[in-house]
Design a binder for this molecule. Structure first.
Ligand code: UFG
Length: 320
């Protein structure tokens, strides 16, 4: 059996990746410090090692005998990365370098890396493809780009193979209900909407209504986490077959406005949300949509979830 170590495998996207790997017959070990990942998201069929990617010895031990790594252990709040760059340098950069170096030390040659649309910065054209200039406008995005560049160099210098997956807006939960650990403290739109819908938060603030979009609110490319998870499995298969190393966008190509997300949520939950329209949040582009033609071509990846209501239903199911 092919052995895969999933760093960050108890987290939101990580737990979905673990499920997809198990379903496809991989032997999975999860390496997670449970800082944001949750024990409830662990699968009994996967081995669990509680550890931090900053602990090189422990990480290197966990790496022994693995065939591939999926690395999703990272801090991901854009605002926090601007206020506390040292935390992001430590976790996302030093932590990721530890992973790459522990791989080299233990002869593990394949990695799928969780990257982000944040590597592009402000869109110069749409939809964004992988040829788009890489000019991150926040430190979080910079850390992702920097690790991509390290991987590019390692692949040039060593028997080392990578796939960087640049997620657009990850949303939704496993439709079969296997993952019950809701993300806590997320500053992203859908988790905040869920907080407002359940009373954990008084209201939802919509950042900006004067964008040049069809209803004045920002457009994003919301991609279901199960579709993201599937791409990781395909990327591992691709690398193990000797496929080339690269960076790929993962999105649906479809744009949805904040107001459309609110309307779809209200339909799904059957009640009105308490919404306040406030000023723009700094650093938000009006529109962000992906071209995932390259992922389709290289991996045969096609997202299955294209209906935003269906996606929201999988999220709302966790609140029931
Ligand atoms: N939004 C609100 N109110 C909120 C939260 C978000 O109106 O309380 C709006 C934002 O202004 C944006 C949209 O909802 O228009 C989506 O916001 P998110 O914070 O959920 O996501 P972003 O598009 O800002 O961020 C995503 C990823 C990041 C990545 C970034 C850039 O979550 O990891 O795209 O690619 F860095």
């Amino acid at each position: 059996m092919v052995k895969v170590l999933v760093a960050g495998g108890a987290g939101y996207i990580g737990s979905h990746v673990v499920k997809a790997l198990l379903k496809n017959g991989y032997e999975v070990s999860v390496y997670d410090n449970l800082s944001t990942g949750r024990e409830i998201n662990l699968f009994s069929q996967a081995k669990f090692i509680k550890g931090d990617i900053l602990d090189f010895e422990k990480l290197s031990d966990a790496m022994k005998g693995q065939d591939a790594v999926v690395h999703l252990a990272a801090k991901k709040a854009v605002g926090e990365s601007m206020e506390n760059p040292a935390l992001y340098a430590q976790n996302n950069m030093i932590g990721s370098l530890n992973i790459l170096n522990a791989m080299l030390k233990n002869n593990v040659r394949h990695i799928v890396f969780s990257s982000s649309a944040a590597v592009y910065g402000m869109p110069e054209y749409l939809p964004i493809d992988e040829k788009h200039p890489l000019k991150p406008i926040n430190f979080y995005g910079y850390t992702k780009l920097d690790i991509e560049r390290y991987m590019e160099w390692y692949a040039k210098l060593k028997d080392f193979h990578y796939m960087a997956l640049r997620y657009f807006n990850a949303v939704g939960y496993d439709a079969e209900g296997s993952i019950r650990g809701r993300e806590i403290g997320s500053q992203n739109l859908l988790p905040i909407i869920m907080d407002a819908a359940t009373g954990r938060r008084e209201k939802l603030c919509v950042f900006g209504t004067d964008y040049d979009t069809r209803d004045g609110t920002c457009v994003r490319d919301y991609i279901h986490v199960t579709d993201l998870a599937k791409a990781h499995v395909l990327a591992i298969e691709h690398l193990l077959k000797g496929g080339v190393s690269d960076s790929l966008n993962l999105g649906t190509g479809q744009g949805t406005t904040v107001k459309e997300i609110i309307a779809a949520t209200e339909k799904v939950i059957g009640k009105k949300l308490k919404v306040e329209y406030v000023g723009r949040r700094s650093g938000d582009p009006a529109v962000l949509t992906a071209s995932s033609a390259k992922a389709k071509e290289m991996l045969g990846w096609v997202p299955k979830y294209t209906n935003i209501e269906e996606i929201i239903r999988t999220t709302w199911a966790l609140e029931q």
